[in-house]
Ligand binder design. Sequence first.
Ligand code: CP
Ligand code: NVA
Length: 305
Amino acid sequence: MLLAAPPLQAPDLRSDLDLTIEELVRLIDLADDLKRNPASYAHTLDGRYLSLLFEKPSLRTRFTFDLAIQQLGGGAVTQIGPIGDREPLADIARNLDRWTNAIVARVFSQNTIEELARWSRVPVINALSDLYHPCQILADVQTIRERFGRWEGLKLAYVGDGNNVAHSLLLNAGRLGIHVAIASPETHSPLPEITASAREAGVEFTLTPDPREAVDGAHIVYTDVWASMGQESEALERQRIFAPYQVNAPLLAAARPEAIFLHCLPAKRGQEVTEEVIESPQSAVFDQAENRLHAQKALLLLLVR
Ligand code: CP
Ligand code: NVA
């Protein structure tokens, strides 16, 4: 069993940048050990409880946080619905921190995460916001190292909407030495404040409107839905805008022959990815989903007291 100490520098995981690069590597090493030896961690969080708050739907994040804490000896209480409608976020945080040892929240606005973290005395974990999806990227980089044995020197092509997942990939995969090339329409590129943070963190990346340019030489081809949760009314318009960005067999063939395909899921087959690609031997999407469990166990072991 790998020791979880010392504690992390930041008390929360509000965004990817709350983890230093050394902490991120330590977390993924721990996640690998948790995957190999789950039984040896069975009582490491005995008697610890999570508050799971979801303003948006979830399959993977909800199940994996709930199972992660249970398999480490603790438990979780889940609430689905708007956060902060009945009472101020400051009061919610100061109730939950009396009963549970961490707050995991999936929210519409990053401000909700920031406000919960401001008031909570226990860690707040961002389980997806409009800006970031840091828990997803932990599993992604674990999957990438399992497949390639390293991060340094790899190229990841992200093709599609410059959204929360693209932002988190840029920040975390980028800091691990993966060159992230994002192909998106200029109107839907990653936000300038995120690319500025990535640059400040020393990340080298490429932004291009051309999917072929992004996938050229790529070890990993990654995509996500064209309309994120909350953007359903734009779905038809987005199908038109993003049509040239579909990850299909010819696009995947333009990457390296050993390239893998990743998708955070849920996927819309026939839109951002074809059935042929997601079901192909190059697809690692279910390993990626499995690793949500192991990576989040590691996160809980490092954050929760
Ligand atoms: N990838 C991901 O976060 O899945 P869910 O929306 O099902 O949690
Ligand atoms: N970008 C997607 C990710 C879902 C896991 C969304 O925010 O809906």
